[in-house]
Design a protein. Structure first.
Length: 260
């Protein structure tokens, strides 16, 4: 992944709104010649202090040491140049409590079980969350329709309720994929009830509930994010949601609810 790919980031996209103020100038630093690690270390001091980590070149990671264990041990995040690790760094800066909690859980699992040829259910779930999660706070009727995969209600009769919803994307692989938006891109939605729709409130609410066993139970719902009202002009036409290869019926999945 070339550093120049950061030029493809369209910071006007609605899903980047929580990251734009810091992310856009940091991306410009990379485009001006800094490495991703150098640029991220130049983030506003309040963000860096809250994250509690330093970004370093990928080569700093010792051969044979697990990435998550190294971060936990050193408070350094190995960072390659490119979209994937740049967005990972932005998530560390903007959702520090959640990122640190995930790292704690990963490191604890490695300490107990070591590194094997397969991650196992718990680490798989932690990885899916880290790479592809989105946080959603919304009226119960909207959340129930998502859980039931009732697309007609979710994006049809209940469409006005999206004005009361707050959706923030957390997974850095998800953000990377959305640099080239496609209808099929799907997030693993984690239902939360933060005090408000602010980014910091989401971060705190999510981090407070994360447990390896909970994530292994797959407390997610699948949301094709291009279907979110206002996120794609094409979805203003009802036929947009008739694509069964994307908006699939299926077995509903339980959504974990954070109670304030």
């Amino acid at each position: 992944m070339a550093v120049a790919d950061l030029a493809a980031i369209d910071w006007a996209m609605p899903w980047l709104a929580p990251l734009r103020a810091a992310g856009e100038p940091l991306a410009q630093r990379v485009l001006s010649g800094a490495s991703c690690a150098q640029a991220l270390n130049g983030a506003p001091s309040a963000l860096l202090s809250a994250a509690g980590v330093e970004f370093v070149a990928q080569a700093v990671l010792p051969e044979g040491e697990a990435y998550e264990a190294f971060i936990f041990r050193t408070r350094q995040v190995p960072t390659r140049d490119g979209l994937h690790d740049f967005f990972n760094g932005l998530c560390w800066l903007h959702y520090p409590q959640t990122k640190n909690r995930l790292n704690q859980l990963q490191a604890a699992h490695i300490t107990l079980h070591g590194i094997g040829p397969q991650r196992g259910a718990a680490r798989d779930a932690l990885t899916v969350f880290d790479e592809n999660a989105a946080f959603l706070s919304a009226p119960d009727a909207l959340l129930d329709a998502l859980q039931a995969k009732d697309w007609d209600a979710l994006f049809g009769s209940l469409r006005p309720l999206w004005a009361q919803a707050h959706l923030q994307l957390f997974g850095h692989a998800l953000l990377e994929k959305l640099c080239s938006p496609r209808k099929a891109i799907t997030a693993h939605v984690y239902r939360v009830r933060p005090a408000d729709g602010a980014r910091a409130s989401f971060d705190s609410a999510v981090a407070d509930t994360l447990r390896a066993a909970l994530l292994a139970s797959k407390p997610f719902a699948h949301l094709p994010v291009m279907g979110v009202p206002g996120w794609c002009s094409a979805n203003e036409a009802p036929d947009f949601y008739r694509d069964a290869s994307v908006f699939r019926p299926g077995k509903p999945q339980a959504l974990y609810v954070i109670t304030p």
